[in-house]
Ligand binder design. Structure first.
Ligand SMILES: Nc1ncnc2c1ncn2[C@@H]1O[C@H](COP(=O)(O)OP(=O)(O)OP(=O)(O)O)[C@@H](O)[C@H]1O
Ligand SMILES: [Mg+2]
Length: 256
């Protein structure tokens, strides 16, 4: 296993957010964490990257425990922003000094611009790019990190539905080429079905992984996605069952 997360438990102040979250991801696998808003998806990624200190539980990469900030992870936070006063090239090389030589990274970044649909925009500023292009630039910044596991927190959350679809197609293609392990956080069911090898479903308050759905289809396109009504129905009912638990536990707490 590339990544193993064991019994991750976390509270903000006195509120328990994660309750023994357990999952594993194989090398090169694309796994989505799907759950309602506020269920703790971003918190899981922050604990993996070491942005938040791990209270209880273990994170292992290639069989070895990791603690704190780890070079294994490249993290694209929710609402990742580019600095408006820096050019796109400078923005995507922001972490160059952390992950090796800046000069080498600038060379590699320039070479990657066409693949990320950004050729010719190296010296532009973020305000000169479309929303989709800005997201691709933010994603290129993450992908340039010499990390074997990409942690993406709703990378397309801020985009309109058409650009979002284009970006999903693009990510699907680039993941096949990059062959890196990806953990994607989303609350978009279609996005999870379209992109993932496996979907992990979280319930809410405190979050646990309640279900796991493997998607074996390799030859995916939009037509295939539109035909996945049964799968969508199943995922929806699993998420609603988790939300039902919350309502149930809320009543119980209220009754005490
Ligand atoms: N800094 C903080 N202090 C206290 N509580 C927090 C803090 N950050 C998040 N929370 C709470 O932790 C819970 C989980 O938050 P988190 O951001 O991980 O959810 P999420 O699943 O990523 O939600 P969304 O889909 O809306 O991004 C929420 O109830 C939230 O209010
Ligand atoms: Mg979040």
């Amino acid at each position: 296993m590339k990544l193993r997360v064991k019994e991750l438990t976390f509270s903000y102040e006195n509120k328990m957010i994660l309750d023994h979250v357990d999952f594993a991801v194989r090398g090169g696998e694309f796994v989505s964490l799907l759950g309602p808003s506020g269920s703790g998806k971003s918190t899981i990624l922050k604990l993996l990257t070491g942005v938040l200190p791990c209270e209880k539980g273990t994170v292992m990469v290639d069989g070895a425990p990791v603690k704190g900030l780890s070079p294994h992870f490249a993290y694209m936070p929710q609402n990742d922003l580019l600095f408006p006063w820096k050019t796109i090239l400078d923005n995507v090389c922001l972490y160059g000094r952390i992950h090796g030589s800046l000069k080498a990274m600038r060379r590699e970044a320039r070479a990657s611009f066409p693949e990320f649909g950004l050729a010719g925009y190296e010296d532009c500023y973020p305000s000169q790019l479309s929303g989709g292009m800005r997201q691709r630039a933010a994603f290129l910044r993450t992908a340039l990190c010499k990390a074997d596991i990409l942690l993406l927190d709703e990378p397309f959350g801020a985009l309109d539905v058409i650009t979002r679809g284009e970006m999903q197609d693009w990510l699907l293609g680039i993941h096949r080429k990059m062959n890196r392990t990806v953990v994607l956080v989303t609350h978009d069911m279609d996005e999870a079905v379209y992109l993932s090898d496996r979907i992990l479903i979280l319930n809410q308050s405190p979050a646990r992984i309640t279900d796991e759905i493997e998607i074996k289809e390799r030859a995916r396109d939009r037509e295939w996605l539109y035909g996945q009504g049964d799968l969508r129905r199943k995922i929806y009912s699993l998420i609603m069952a988790g939300a039902g638990e919350v309502r149930e536990s809320g009543r119980n707490v209220g009754a005490q």
